[in-house]
Design a protein around this ligand. Structure first.
Ligand code: ATP
Ligand code: MG
Length: 317
């Protein structure tokens, strides 16, 4: 039976109500919203009815329980979320500028998420995992990279598959240790899911299609490039399938990539063809950006079906 798992940060997001620069004065805020890229990913998998769970850590505080309650009610196995007494759940304060850029105040490294490790419950979860998903931005410390390594080795040892969304800034790879780690991940990746320019992080070609083919030649069977409001394209040795995005009013783009990856992986594992998987993934990403809050726009299959029939696509892919 399919079981999808991920490892990584679980946070709350607090969102500024007004556009502008930063947090150096008191201002109206909304939240706390459940968040963290891997948490958003797994919430979207759970909402689609695919059995799944997350290995993570929160503090024994309201921000932690808010996340656990949401994930559990959306169908995610929360047994491998460690509740650490005396630690604080991670947080991200986010404010949009008028240009669409974002200012952040983070507490992640020093939060419970920074202490994440694979305990007995985590090992039990990974033993039954048939597909593991890594969000590259989670692997920011050596201890988390070690946990991810163990997770991938465990899942691969019993024939499981791996998807990898880099979600990385290029600067992180200037360091040789993370670069070697992500090369190791890529060697084991079955579905690579970069966004836009991220496809060039691990390829020397300067065009998306040639970069994707270079990665396929390196042994990755399926490369899916997310292109924001231009939709997405899937590349395989036997050809390419591109699908347009949906026409939406973008309210809050945070989490679109995670929802896209979740819907694509869920459909693909359920045996849907590439076109159908991309259609649902574009819908999950598109619907997500219309909601305020990073996990507020995750969708059930019925919601996606209804949304797809009511929403026009853009013309480009
Ligand atoms: P994130 O901010 O979560 O990291 P990302 O940069 O990884 O996002 P995007 O390419 O921006 O990912 O978005 C992922 C998918 O979500 C797109 O491929 C598309 O299907 C959908 N999407 C995102 N933004 C829009 C938009 N403005 N209009 C329509 N669809 C969108
Ligand atoms: Mg991304």
């Amino acid at each position: 039976m399919t079981f999808v798992a991920t490892v990584g940060e679980i946070l709350v997001e607090i969102l500024a109500d007004t556009p502008g620069t930063g947090f150096r004065h008191a201002q109206p805020l909304s939240g706390p919203y459940p968040s963290g890229a891997p948490a958003i990913f797994i919430d979207q998998v759970g909402k689609l009815g695919v059995p799944c769970g997350i290995v993570g850590a929160v503090g024994n505080d309201d921000f932690g329980w808010l996340n656990i309650d949401r994930l559990r009610s959306d169908g995610v196995d929360v047994s491998a979320i460690t509740v650490i007494d005396g630690a604080t759940t991670g947080s991200a304060f986010v404010r949009y500028r008028r240009s669409g850029e974002r200012d952040f105040v983070y507490n992640i490294k020093d939060s419970a998420s920074g202490q994440l490790m694979i305990d007995m419950a985590g090992a039990t979860l990974l033993d039954k995992t048939t597909h593991f998903h890594l969000t590259g931005s989670s692997a920011t410390s050596e201890s988390i990279r070690e946990a991810v390594r163990v997770a991938i080795e465990t899942v691969k040892a019993h024939g499981g598959t791996l998807s990898f969304d880099p979600n990385l800034r290029k600067e992180l790879l200037d360091d040789s240790e993370p670069r070697a780690f992500f090369d190791w991940v890529l060697e084991r990746t079955d579905i690579f899911l970069p966004s836009g320019e991220e496809v060039f992080l691990f390829a020397s070609a300067r065009k998306p299609e040639t970069a994707a083919n270079e990665l396929i030649a390196r042994g990755i069977p399926l490369v899916v490039i997310k292109n924001g409001d231009r939709g997405a394209a899937a590349y395989q040795e036997k050809g390419t399938v591109a699908m347009p995005a949906y026409q939406v009013e973008e309210i809050d783009p945070t989490g679109a990539g995670d929802c896209f990856c979740a819907a694509f992986v869920a459909c693909h594992l359920n045996g849907k063809d590439l076109e159908t998987s991309l259609r649902y993934a574009n819908a999950a990403g598109g619907r997500q950006v219309t909601a305020r809050g990073p996990m507020e726009g995750t969708s059930s299959l019925a919601e996606l079906d209804e949304w797809i029939s009511a929403t026009a696509t853009t013309t480009s892919a």
